[in-house]
Design a protein around this ligand. Structure first.
Ligand code: BGC
Length: 430
């Protein structure tokens, strides 16, 4: 007993796995795991072999976008859960274009024949953000080619239409030709380094509108956090349609007040998948259980809401446009998805401990939509999850709180920067 306590203390101080202590004091010969009375894991599985899911930020090179497949196949129970970025980006671009076409009689506020829009970019090194910028430029005809794809760089300001990262597009509506111009775009990064920063977007629209406000006919954002910040700061009062992404509750409600629309990335499906892949791996059942194949409780998803790419070990939820026509169906973004809302049996899926981090506790989408959903699914899936909120700026702020992976049965990771998978896996390899 003494030896076990000493070893436990050492493990806690040094951040070692309990495996190093020679198992569970000899009373667990099968190498299985369970939870102690205080909820800690008694797992004898090495940390490097425990189920791991990356979510929301896909391990990838932030300059080239190339997927970090090594991270996504760290062990046999590693997966990524996100959403289909290209399908969503195309939907967002089309939603903006459709809106312009339908409202052409009032969209060109100064009647100069130029439909001007500004764009808030989340994170220039994040594949989802890049896809959304491209989607909007593609639909509006403002994209220019760079290395075989649409350039996704911010332009700064481009009121004169001379920037090289975009070009003027044109739309013919009702027999009349309009120029479409990206007047300005910027990565919304604050001085401390946090990206997708809503406050920065609110300031940017203040600066832009005071110098060329009359030319701004449409506001587009890579997400609702920044979109709503711009809407509240300027576009609501000036009746300028603003488009975001995520379908957070406040953004959906704002559609009634002139917010142009948003995209649901099916966070209700993603949050489920994030925990479900861990659950399945912990139970040692087929990974498709409760996903493409109904589990005993009857939970199952259809191919209309997700796809799985085996070579990327990635689950991608599908997106849905939320506009004035259907927003009433999306007013609660934290509601569990009914087809996967049934409680698992604790006798078969015993309580397990999960370490999960949110890269930035002040990110609107993750904290107001994703985390509340995770907290509902964790109960249904019998997972006891420790939620760690990061500062959105430094990886070490989060990794410092993964000092004792031996206490957990599985891990769900949301990196600050998509290049940084190794700073987490290194801790699991120790
Ligand atoms: C969301 C953003 C969020 C980002 C964080 C994206 O999928 O749309 O709102 O800030 O993830 O990584």
């Amino acid at each position: 007993m003494k030896k076990k306590i000493l070893c436990l203390t050492m493990a806690m101080v040094l951040g070692l796995s309990l495996t190093a202590c020679g198992g569970n004091g000899g009373d667990n010969t099968s190498g299985g795991s369970g939870t102690t009375a205080d909820g800690g894991s008694t797992s004898t599985v090495a940390n490097k072999d425990k189920p791991l899911v990356w979510y929301n930020r896909q391990p990838s090179n932030s300059s080239t976008g190339e997927l970090d497949k090594a991270a996504m196949s760290f062990n046999k129970d590693t997966y990524y859960v996100g959403f289909d970025a290209n399908q969503g980006a195309e939907l967002q671009g089309t939603m903006v274009k459709d809106y312009i076409e339908k409202n052409i009689d009032k969209i060109d506020r100064n009647g100069d024949g130029v439909i001007g829009y500004v764009l808030a970019i989340g994170d220039i090194g994040h594949n989802d953000s890049i896809a959304r910028t491209r989607g909007v430029r593609k639909a509006l005809g403002t994209g220019v080619d760079k290395d075989g794809d649409i350039n996704s760089e911010p332009v700064g300001t481009n009121v004169d239409g001379k920037a090289s990262a975009v070009k003027d597009g044109s739309l013919e509506i009702g027999g009349k030709k309009y120029v479409v111009r990206e007047l300005a775009s910027q990565e919304m990064k604050n001085s401390a380094g946090a990206t997708w920063d809503a406050a920065t977007a609110g300031n940017a629209i203040g600066t832009w509108s005071s110098s060329f406000g009359k030319e701004i006919d449409v506001v587009v954002s890579n997400n609702d956090g920044m979109g709503m910040s711009m809407f509240n700061a300027w576009s609501k009062d000036n009746k300028v349609p603003t488009f975001g992404y995520d379908a957070n509750n406040d953004a959906v409600a704002a559609i009634a007040e002139g917010y142009g629309g948003t995209i649901s990335q099916h966070a209700d499906v993603q949050a489920y998948l994030t925990l479900r892949v861990l659950r399945n791996a912990l139970d040692g059942v087929d990974i498709d259980t409760g996903i493409g194949t109904a589990d005993e409780a009857g939970n199952v998803l259809t191919k209309e809401v997700y796809t799985y790419k085996e070579d990327e070990r990635s689950y991608y939820a599908l997106n849905v446009a939320v506009t004035g026509e259907n927003y009433q169906d999306f007013t609660d973004s934290t509601k569990v998805y009914e087809p996967v809302s049934k409680q698992l049996d604790k006798g078969k899926s015993a309580v397990k401990k999960v370490w999960l981090n949110i890269y930035n506790s002040s990110d609107n989408f993750l904290s107001s939509t994703y985390q509340p959903l995770l907290q509902k699914y964790d109960d249904l899936l019998n997972l006891e999850v420790d939620y760690i909120g990061g500062d959105g700026q430094t990886e070490s702020n989060i990794t410092n709180r993964l000092g004792n992976p031996g206490q957990y049965d599985a891990f769900a990771i949301n990196m600050v920067k998509t290049d940084n998978a190794a700073s987490y896996t290194a801790l699991l390899n120790q």
